[in-house]
Design a protein around this ligand. Structure first.
Ligand SMILES: [Zn+2]
Length: 236
């Protein structure tokens, strides 16, 4: 829950920062219309005679033009900022984020449960259902892992890790490189488990994060079982 709250302002920061006061936007339109009309009416070699235009009108237009350029510059930098935010979330065709399996029952979100922090999410599925890597990386653990039972840990290139717990069997070896969608193991009920399910945990800098919020930022809604837009491409 805490991660969600702190990540939301980030997502909307770019949008909120865009300063488009209606007044200066209007001024910009007026300026453009005036200049455009002037050129058409007078012609390129006949500059407008300053005396024929009320000086205060010219002054106002100059100010409006400065104001609108200023607003445009600010809007532009805000736009650049939000564009680079989007680049950071690494939703690319070559390096997608995917669901670990399909047709599961989303159970037990990240958070306090039975007086303890449940450090991941539980996806209930029949024993023996294959599950896959949510993202490309290197297998750093494949085998028995205490309360996690048979587990697989994949370290991604951005340093984050995904832990897949309670497997009935693992299908990869430590040191192996995997792509998103590669099979890692079979859903099971090993270790500290109350029934057949996949326990998925995400660590950022070694600390567990809410996988729902983490994956949502990467185009995967694990609660609604919706994959990144490039899911089909990656699966083919
Ligand atoms: Zn769990």
């Amino acid at each position: 829950m805490r991660q969600r709250l702190s990540s939301e302002p980030d997502r909307y920061r770019g949008r909120r920062r865009v300063p488009t006061p209606p007044r200066s936007r209007y001024a910009a339109v007026v300026t453009t219309a005036f200049v455009g009309a002037g050129i058409v009416a007078i012609g390129a070699n006949a500059l407008p005679d300053a005396k024929s235009v009320n000086p205060s009108v010219l002054d106002e237009l100059r100010q409006a033009s400065v104001a609108s350029q200023d607003a445009a510059a600010r809007a532009d930098s805000a736009d650049r900022a939000s564009r680079s935010d989007r680049t950071d979330s690494k939703i690319t065709e070559q390096d997608p984020w995917l669901l670990p399996l399909h047709g599961y029952d989303f159970k037990s979100p990240y958070g306090m449960r039975w007086g303890k922090l449940h450090t991941g999410i539980d996806l209930v599925a029949p024993e023996g259902t294959p599950y896959k890597a949510v993202h490309a990386g290197t297998v750093t653990k494949a085998g028995w892992f205490g309360g996690y039972g048979y587990a697989v840990i994949v370290k991604h290139s951005d340093g984050t890790e995904a832990i897949y717990g309670h497997s009935s069997a693992v299908s990869v070896k430590e040191g192996q490189e995997v792509k998103a969608g590669d099979q890692l193991g079979l859903v099971g009920n090993t270790g500290h488990s109350y029934g057949s399910h996949l326990h998925l945990e995400i660590h950022v800098k070694g600390q567990p994060q809410d996988p729902v919020a983490f994956l949502k930022e990467r185009g995967v809604d694990i609660q609604l079982e919706i994959e990144a837009i490039y899911g089909d491409v990656a699966a083919s």
